[in-house]
Design a protein around this ligand. Structure first.
Ligand code: TYD
Ligand code: MG
Length: 467
């Protein structure tokens, strides 16, 4: 048999190249291509005589299908994100920055499931048994029957899992440490991670155990491998948060068995993660309603309303190029709002530094925050505080028009629940709840918003700049 040629695999996206190159054609990343042995799995391994295929039964789209069997942890923030509990026979990838709390969350989930009588096996490849035990003690999980192993070899892990009673849940922490004898490349490479994950998914499918795979991966997928893994697993959850803040968000980005865009909110304490059942109260906790430049945005995360404060500071600059700094929002979206304010409302901010911050370290992804951002900016520029009992939402288009957003009723309901009596929202929003106690102000376009908030003050700023 001819010696198999080595191949060159991008560690970011998995594209196979015939020779080494500085830049990957597949994803455009630099210095990600590594030489690997195809025996390891990519490309199919050594050539063999093709096996004769076996026909499978074809079926129709309609028909009886059973609900996916799930195991509930009883941690409601976690169960909501997974779509009602871990699905038996499926694989879930939990990604997140190192140190964000993945191991903590999963140890708590393991303990909760074990208390409900499930057989849970926790395989740690990063920490020694003593370290995991220490964490379990801190979390009050040491008295549960979670079974523990510190192992990284795929074959050894599979042999261990196959022994004894079939597990209900297996946690592999983390996939970056997995290595298999069948793949020749170094641990941590795409081939190794992929081979390991494939073996774990196969185990889950064969035995009906729910498999949770931990991966160190940021949303940008900077760390080798896991992006490739996302396609292989049934669900991908991201655990995010800001090191400077205590709360953490578990977010679904892919789920074959449930909704995506759900979040679970937790607070990191010295005894582990606590569920936060009302996130709005957390994000609005330290609000200073009387200062200019603060607007409360009524946002949605999946099916869940989240109220959060948007803070803006607009200050005259002495620099040639004014500063624009954004935390918790998209900076190009801010640039767009500034341009629309200037073009359609005459609010000139070319001589001003603009700082925008979303309170509590929260990150807003919805364009519906446009109105809240614009309101905060105008309020800061005018030096007048916005009414403290009002929420803001709506999308702004380049023409300055204000566009309706989805789930208006849920946003308003949450605002009312938390004591906000007013809302500035797009005109022609459907589904407005009929409530006599509340003031809903419908906005036609951005100039309308600006004149309502600080018409005269903003115009004053404009004439000052003209002089
Ligand atoms: P960890 O779960 O180890 O993170 P990951 O697995 O994502 O790398 O948690 C890391 C941080 O959490 C660590 O800095 C210590 C902190 N922590 C607490 O604040 N409270 C706790 O009860 C525990 C167990 C950890
Ligand atoms: Mg960990």
């Amino acid at each position: 048999m001819a010696k198999p040629k080595t191949q060159f695999v991008c560690q970011n996206c998995g594209t196979v190249h015939s020779r080494w190159a500085g830049k990957c054609d597949g994803c455009g990343e630099w210095n990600t291509i590594v030489e690997e042995d195809p025996m390891g799995g990519i490309g199919g391994g050594p050539s063999r005589a093709p096996k004769k295929g076996r026909p499978v039964a074809l079926t129709t789209l309609s028909g009886e299908t059973e609900e996916a069997p799930r195991i509930h942890s009883g941690i409601s923030e976690l169960d909501r994100v997974t779509g009602g509990g871990f699905v038996r026979g499926s694989a879930v990838l939990v990604g997140g920055d190192p140190g964000i709390g993945k191991s903590t969350l999963l140890m708590q989930a393991a303990a909760a499931l074990s208390r409900r009588g499930h057989r849970v096996i926790y395989v740690s490849g990063e920490e020694a048994v003593a370290q995991v035990r220490l964490r379990a003690q801190r979390l009050g999980a040491a008295d549960t029957e979670v079974l523990l192993a510190a192992e990284t070899n795929v074959e050894d892990i599979l042999a261990t899992l196959a022994e004894g009673k079939r597990p209900d849940l297996v946690i592999i922490d983390s996939i970056q440490t997995l290595w298999s004898d069948t793949a020749d490349s170094a641990p941590g490479t795409v081939t190794q991670v992929r081979t390991g994950v494939q073996a774990m998914i196969r185990f889950a499918k064969q035995t009906g155990a729910a498999m949770v795979l931990v991966g160190h991966v940021t949303k940008e997928g900077q760390i080798a491998g896991p992006r490739v893994v996302e396609h292989m697993v049934d669900a991908v959850l991201y655990f995010e948060g800001d090191r400077g803040h205590h709360y953490r968000i578990l977010r679904t980005v892919k789920n074959r068995f449930g909704p995506t865009d759900e979040i679970g909110v937790f607070e990191m304490s010295d005894i582990g993660l606590r569920e936060v059942t009302n996130p709005s109260e957390l994000f609005l906790g330290e609000r200073n309603a009387k200062s200019p430049g603060a607007a409360v945005f009524a946002g949605m995360e999946g099916t869940r309303p989240v109220l959060v404060e948007v803070q803006a500071l607009v200050a005259p600059t002495s620099l040639g190029t004014p500063r624009r700094a954004v935390v918790g929002w998209d900076s190009s979206r801010l640039a767009m709002i500034l341009a629309v304010l200037e073009a359609h409302c005459g609010v000139r901010l070319g001589q001003h530094d603009v700082y925008l911050n979303v309170a509590g370290g929260y990150r807003i992804t919805e364009p519906a925050a446009d109105i809240a951002v614009a309101s905060a900016l105008v309020s800061s520029l005018a030096g007048t505080a916005l009414p403290s009992d009002c929420v803001y939402f709506g999308e702004i288009s380049l023409s300055g028009a204000v566009r309706p957003v989805s789930q208006t009723a849920q946003r308003l309901k949450e605002a009312e629940k938390l004591g906000f009596a007013g809302a500035l929202l797009p005109a022609s929003s459907a589904e407005l709840p009929k409530s006599s106690a509340s003031r809903w102000t419908e906005i036609e376009d951005l100039p309308d918003l600006v004149s309502r908030i600080a018409g005269s003050a903003a115009r004053l700023a404009k004439t000052q700049e003209d002089d």
